[in-house]
Design a protein around this ligand. Structure first.
Ligand code: IVH
Length: 799
């Protein structure tokens, strides 16, 4: 009998008995997996949903509450591996709020309980809910006596030896004013950085990887050998207390300030809020900064600030009535993979997309997820961070139960597949070998020119013939960062393309000639056509950067387009530079030598200079051919730049001296010209992008299309970057919120002044401009000793 999908309202009493029994068993199982084995079997959100269902059923049928109900206990029994210590004051859990209304209800309940007038504000603290494990540390006369995990809330595990290895936890309390006896409580956690390093070490040692920082922290704290714990950089935030011999503060804020004075780390993002609105504002702010904090948080904890009021509010079985955890929407959920669709991109790449049963993830309903490429579906792709096969090598099949993740603005990802729930008749996905377009042209792997991309991406070979590629290209042309034409999106382009009115970019600007054809069509009334033509005509004058980006050249993205526009200022100068570069492109022989690992630029130059200096009748043809010994002849050249690694590379690549000489000689005549080198040397260009740019303009079809487009539109000259500002050539990172301008304005200004703007802080960063709320980037900057400025200092600096 399975009632698990019936809504709580519709359960009969008998069904409720079954459900409560099932939930008690299931929740106990999950708690054991989570707390004792540090290996959760479901997501936090799924677990919360089970607890909630249990609670709702109990509220409807109070008589059915079981003695072993999960609502009556927290955590899991302490394991037998450690000595047990009981908590004099129970370690409570927190009630959860999921919506703004839940938070208002919490405050309303507390106000009513205290008999405060409804509108009277109840000041509360708001602080991150750290996703770690709670710990209680006993201090007597300022000296650490023991440390205990939460366990079931009444008794926990004695982890003193391990806790003594945690740098954030003082062995003796600093300062003064601490009570003779106090249990300081807080959260043990692992930073993202420490987590990544730990998993790397686990991998090197051939040990299993931890699923997330919380499990890794729990696993680290509960090591039987403290020497192992000592190698794991655990951190600790103090935020609460248990048994105390004397009152030491009158408010939550004051108490946490005491902890800081006694030598504990406390959380900088704890604030005092006068009302619900400011609690929610802090919640949203932390939600936005969540990824930058450097450690996992899963919500925000609100606590009534006044300790006398806390005392009066007291507790309800497992929770204090004076605190609540406002959870972030779950970032993971399980759902079903309904279908795998193949989309054709602008460059012909066949991109698989997962269609999933709609599910709420991270507060948004998700029905599509990225599948990257065919190796990803097959479980053969490697995870960028861990270097391990994705999903432990498991493939994805239509009908599979999958775990989907949506964090921040990132496209939803499939992070796991539940193979034990796989339908019996499922089949491995066969990735198509032809383009899904009507032409069904073969789609082949290889031919990519990005790093390692050649093997992964399957591309349609139809190029300009493939209607899907053409349509994608047109969509790119009108997209927001390119021509940005209002009212002209994929749907309209699809129509115009199907009716034969728009086949290439220039046709968009000739659309008005077809007014009569369009007037009769559904959805194209006179007013909307007038608006459309007006929007199109507005874009006949277009920024050079947008124009270049709109051409849709491989490897020439928005940023690079901006760099090109500022470097050349006018279309004419850009065009001339491209032609000049094209006239002396590196040839195949040159590229072969350049690509040899071990043959650095200095060795290559020396070799080519040598080849260029030899005449046809010179020494190198004669005796070289006689001996045919690459190593010996290389030694005889006496080129000091061509040292052992370079020689080895050449010996490995060429079987005989004759072919080496032929290639080197050919390469000497194929050296890239100055124009090519200058183009490739532009910021963010590089040789791959430079080659792609030249390839694009070498193609007659593209030349024609660009010329026809230029007959319709006029690229506006760009503003050149300043070469003489105080920040020219420097790399700048903006973090935190800015007050006098938006982030985009700040970036644009910096670029105008000749600076480079980066998204993350590294050793290459010169300046970090930090506004209020700056988090991990600011921390990194001070760690690396990078110059940090406020917005006002930056403004003064750049004048
Ligand atoms: S206060 C009686 N503050 O969340 C209140 N708990 O779901 C004691 N947690 O068991 C807890 N960050 O492990 C508090 N800033 C914070 C917290 C926090 C994380 C954990 C703690 C607690 C669990 C409740």
């Amino acid at each position: 009998m399975d009632f698990s999908t019936l809504p709580v309202d519709s359960l009969t009493k008998d069904q409720a008995v079954f459900e409560l029994e099932r939930l008690a068993r299931e929740i106990a199982g999950h708690r054991q997996a989570y707390y004792e084995h540090d290996a959760p079997r479901v997501t936090d959100a799924e677990y919360d949903a089970l607890e909630r269902r249990n609670l709702l059923i109990e509220q409807r049928f109070p008589a059915l509450v079981r003695p072993d109900s999960p609502s009556r206990s927290v955590g899991s029994a302490a394991s037998a591996r450690f000595n047990k210590i009981s908590h004099n004051v129970a370690m409570l859990s927190l009630d959860n709020a999921f919506t703004d209304a839940d938070v208002a209800d919490f405050l309303g309940r507390a106000q009513r309980f205290l008999g405060l007038a409804d509108q009277q504000d109840l000041a509360c603290t708001a602080e991150p809910k750290i996703d770690g494990l709670s710990l209680s540390i006993r201090y007597e006369k300022g000296a650490l006596k023991y440390a205990v995990t939460r366990g079931d809330g009444k008794e926990g595990e004695d982890v003193t030896a391990n806790v003594l290895t945690i740098a954030d936890i003082p062995r003796t309390l600093a300062g003064a004013g601490w009570p003779d006896l106090i249990d300081v409580r807080g959260e043990v956690y692992l930073s993202h950085q420490a987590f990544a390093a730990l998993n790397k070490a686990q991998e090197v040692a051939g040990l299993p990887l931890y699923a997330n920082p919380r499990n890794a922290a729990a696993g680290s704290l509960r090591q039987l050998d403290p020497a192992i714990t000592a190698q794991r950089p655990l951190s600790f935030f103090a935020y609460a207390w248990g048994d105390v011999s004397a009152a030491f503060a009158t408010s939550q804020m004051e108490a946490v300030a005491c902890f800081a004075a006694w030598g504990f780390k406390t959380n900088a993002d704890m604030v005092l809020c006068p009302d619900v609105a400011s609690l929610l504002a802090h919640y949203r702010d932390l939600g936005l900064r969540r990824a930058e904090l450097g450690y996992d948080i899963d919500g925000v904890v609100y606590k009534v600030n006044d300790l006398a009021l806390q005392e009066r509010l007291g507790i309800i079985t497992r929770f204090p009535r004076w605190a609540i955890a406002h959870k972030f929407p779950p970032e993971q959920a399980t759902t079903i993979l309904d279908a795998i669709d193949i989309q054709v991109g602008r460059t012909g790449a066949l991109t698989p997309v997962a269609r999933v049963r709609p599910v709420t993830v991270g507060g948004v309903v998700v029905s599509n997820a990225t599948l990257h490429n065919e190796d990803f579906i097959a479980g053969k792709a490697l995870d960028r961070v861990t270097g391990q096969a994705v999903r432990g090598g498991k493939d994805l099949r239509v009908g599979d139960h999958i775990v989907i993740q949506r964090a921040g603005d990132v496209i939803p990802q499939i992070v796991d597949v539940l193979v034990d729930r796989r339908p019996a008749d499922s089949q491995a996905f066969a990735f198509p070998h032809v383009c899904p377009c009507p032409l069904q042209t073969p789609a082949i792997r290889g031919g990519g020119d990005g790093e390692g991309e050649q093997d992964v991406v399957r591309r349609c070979t139809g190029e300009f013939a493939c209607p899907f590629q053409r349509l994608r290209h047109l969509e790119h042309v009108v997209s927001r960062k390119a021509f940005d034409i209002d009212g002209l999106g994929p749907r309209q382009l699809q129509d115009f393309f199907a009716w034969g009115l728009v086949k290439e970019p220039a046709d968009i600007f000739k659309l008005e000639h077809h007014r009569a054809d369009l007037a009769g069509k559904d959805g194209y009334g006179e007013v909307s056509l007038n608006n459309l033509f007006a929007a199109i005509n507005q874009r006949r004058d277009i920024d050079l950067a947008r124009f270049i980006f709109g051409l849709g050249i491989r490897h020439i993205g928005e940023t690079t387009s901006g760099v090109l526009a500022r470097a050349f200022v006018s279309w004419q100068a850009f065009d001339e530079a491209v032609q000049a570069a094209a006239s002396h492109r590196p040839g195949e022989a040159y590229r072969k030598l350049e690509g040899l690992p071990g043959l650095g630029p200095a060795a290559l130059k020396a070799l080519l200079d040598w080849a260029a200096s030899q005449t046809e009748a010179g020494a190198f043809t004669g005796q070289g051919n006689l001996f045919d010994d690459v190593a010996e002849n290389l030694a005889k050249l006496r080129l000091k730049e061509v040292a052992m690694p370079a020689r080895k590379a050449l010996i490995g690549a060429f079987g005989d001296w004759g072919s080496l000489v032929a290639t080197v000689k050919q390469a000497a005549s194929q050296r890239p010209g100055d124009a090519f080198i200058a183009l490739a040397a532009l910021d963010g260009m590089g040789e791959v992008a430079c080659e792609a740019l030249l390839d694009f303009f070498a193609e007659p079809h593209n030349q024609g299309a660009v010329a026809r487009l230029l007959a319709e539109v006029r690229p506006r000259d760009a503003e050149a970057s300043r070469q003489d500002s105080p920040v020219t050539g420097l790399t700048v990172v903006f973090t935190g919120s800015l007050e006098t301008m938006t982030r985009d304005e700040a970036k644009a200004q910096a670029i105008r002044l000749g600076a480079k703007v980066a998204g993350s802080v590294s050793a290459k960063t010169d300046i970090v401009v930090a506004g209020p709320g700056a988090g991990s980037k600011l921390a990194k900057a001070s760690e690396l000793g990078i110059r940090v400025m406020s917005e006002a200092e930056w403004a003064a600096f750049v004048g």
